[in-house]
Write a protein that binds this ligand. Structure first.
Ligand SMILES: *Cc1c(COP(=O)(O)O)cnc(C)c1O
Length: 394
C-alpha cells in the first residue's frame, strides 16, 4: 500500500470531531435565560456561584472560586498561600507555559524539574532534586488527564511544610486512589479555555477545602473585597478576575455529561491500544502513574518504540500520519529549554528522563477521541502502516 505521503490514497477521509462540540439544548436554554435576565455578570447573577459550588463538590472540595482563566487561578491560589518574591515554586518541565508564568507573575521563581520518562508526570523523586531553602510550594500537574502519584508528594510536602497546588487544567473528573483530583493537595485549579474537557471559551476555578484560603482567593479575584464586607471596602489588594454568567451558563449543563464524555474517550483509547498490540506496532500508550485511576484522556500520549534505542524521525512520522488523515501533535518541548527558560524568569534543573523520550512522544488530542471507537482501529492501522516504513527511523 502506497503511503498517502507518496501519492497513495489517504486511509482516513472522514472529518474528526470538532472541539468544543456544538452547544447542546441545555446550554442554549441556560444561555437564553441569562440573556433574558440581563444579569450578564456574577455580581448580579447566581450562576457563577452555583457552578463554583457544584464543580467544587464534584471534585471533593468544599469551596470553589471562579476566575477568568487557569493561569490566573494558579496565580491566585499561590498568592493566597503566601508565595511571593524570593520564593521558589517547583513545577514540571512537561507542561503548558502558564505553570511557569503564573509563578513569575508573583515575582517568585518557577524551578523546573524533570518528569518520569514512562508516564511524563513529576514525582516525589524529581521534586526532591530541586528542593532548596527557598522552596515554598509545589505545583503538580495532572498532565494529559491522569493524576500524579500524589501520596508520596503530599508526604514530602508535610515533611518540608510546603504548599501544594494541583494544576488540574487537563484533568476535570480524574481520580487517584478513589479520591478526586482537585482534593488531593491544599488547593487545585482548573481551566475552561477552549481546548479543555469542559469549556466556555475561557474561564477558571480554584477549588479547596480550606475556607481561609478560599476567602483570600475570592478577595484577589474580587478587587480586594471581603465576602461579607462593604461594596467599597477593599481591605486587601485584588483585581477584577471575575468570570461571566454567560460562561457559567455554558459550564453548568456540562457537569452532568462529563463522566460520559470521559468514558467515550477511554473507549477510544482502549481500542487504539488494543489494536496497536494486535498489530505488533512499535508504539504504545504512555502508562499512568501509580495510583491514577480515571484518566480523562485530555491527550493520548503515544510513545514510539520499545526503549530499545531506536531513533525515530518524528517530523517524517508526523507528516506521514497527517497525509493519511491522522493529524497528531509533537506535544510540549520542555519548559526547561523553552525560549531562554521563559525569558530568564525560570530556573531549569537537568531533565535527563524527559530528554531521553521527548522525541519519541506524540499526542492524539481529546477531540479525536470523541470519534466512534471503531475509528480508533483505523487510527492504529495508520500508525502501523507509517511506522512500518523504514523512513520512520533514522
Ligand atoms: C490550559 C492550561 C493552563 C492554563 O489555563 P488557561 O485557562 O489557558 O489560562 C495551565 N496549565 C495547564 C496544564 C494547562 O493545560
Amino acid at each position: 500500500m502506497t503511503l498517502a505521503l507518496d501519492g497513495g490514497t489517504a486511509a482516513i477521509t472522514a472529518e474528526w470531531p470538532a472541539w468544543p462540540p456544538a452547544l447542546d439544548d441545555n446550554q442554549r436554554s441556560k444561555l437564553a435565560g441569562v440573556i433574558e435576565s440581563g444579569h450578564l455578570g456574577s455580581t448580579s447573577g447566581p450562576l457563577c456561584d452555583e457552578f463554583a459550588d457544584a464543580f467544587a463538590h464534584r471534585h471533593d472540595t468544599t469551596h470553589g472560586v471562579m476566575c477568568v482563566n487557569g493561569t490566573v487561578a494558579l496565580f491566585a491560589a499561590l498568592r493566597a498561600a503566601g508565595v511571593g518574591p524570593g520564593d521558589e515554586v517547583i513545577i514540571p518541565t512537561y507542561t503548558f507555559v502558564a505553570c511557569a508564568t503564573s509563578v513569575i507573575l508573583l515575582g517568585a521563581t518557577p524551578v523546573i524539574v524533570d518528569v518520569e520518562s514512562d508516564d511524563l508526570h513529576m514525582s516525589r523523586e524529581t521534586i526532591e532534586e530541586a528542593l532548596s531553602e527557598r522552596t515554598k510550594a509545589i505545583m503538580v500537574v495532572h498532565i494529559a488527564g491522569s493524576a500524579c502519584d500524589m501520596d508520596p508528594i503530599m508526604d514530602l510536602a508535610a515533611e518540608r511544610d510546603l504548599f501544594v497546588v494541583e494544576d488540574s487544567a487537563q484533568a476535570h473528573g480524574a481520580t487517584y486512589r478513589s479520591r478526586s483530583v482537585g482534593s488531593l493537595g491544599h488547593a487545585s485549579t482548573f481551566s475552561f479555555q477552549s481546548s479543555k474537557a469542559m469549556t466556555a471559551g475561557e474561564g477558571g476555578i480554584v477549588c479547596t477545602s480550606d475556607q481561609g484560603l478560599a476567602d483570600r482567593v475570592w478577595s484577589a479575584c474580587n478587587v480586594g473585597r471581603s465576602r461579607e464586607g462593604a461594596w467599597y471596602g477593599h481591605p486587601t489588594v485584588g483585581w477584577n478576575f471575575r468570570m461571566t454568567e454567560l460562561q457559567a451558563a455554558v459550564l453548568l449543563p456540562w457537569l452532568p455529561r462529563l463522566d460520559e464524555e470521559i468514558a467515550h474517550r477511554n473507549a477510544f483509547a482502549a481500542t487504539f491500544a488494543q489494536r496497536l498490540e494486535e498489530l505488533g506496532t512499535d508504539a504504545r500508550i504512555c502508562p499512568d502513574p501509580d495510583g491514577a485511576e480515571v484518566n480523562t484522556r485530555h491527550l493520548l500520549m503515544v510513545r514510539l518504540g520499545r526503549d530499545d534505542g531506536s531513533v525515530f524521525d518524528r517530523k517524517w512520522i508526523n507528516d506521514a500520519l497527517a497525509a493519511e488523515g491522522l493529524p497528531v501533535d509533537y506535544g510540549y518541548p520542555g519548559l526547561a529549554v523553552m525560549d531562554s527558560v521563559i525569558a530568564g524568569g525560570g530556573k531549569p534543573m537537568p531533565t535527563p528522563r524527559f530528554d531521553a523520550v521527548a522525541e519519541r512522544t506524540l499526542w492524539i488530542r481529546q477531540s479525536m477521541m470523541m470519534a466512534d471507537p471503531d475509528r480508533a482501529v483505523q487510527a492504529a492501522n495508520v500508525f502501523h502502516k507509517v511506522l512500518g516504513d523504514p523512513r520512520s527511523r533514522r
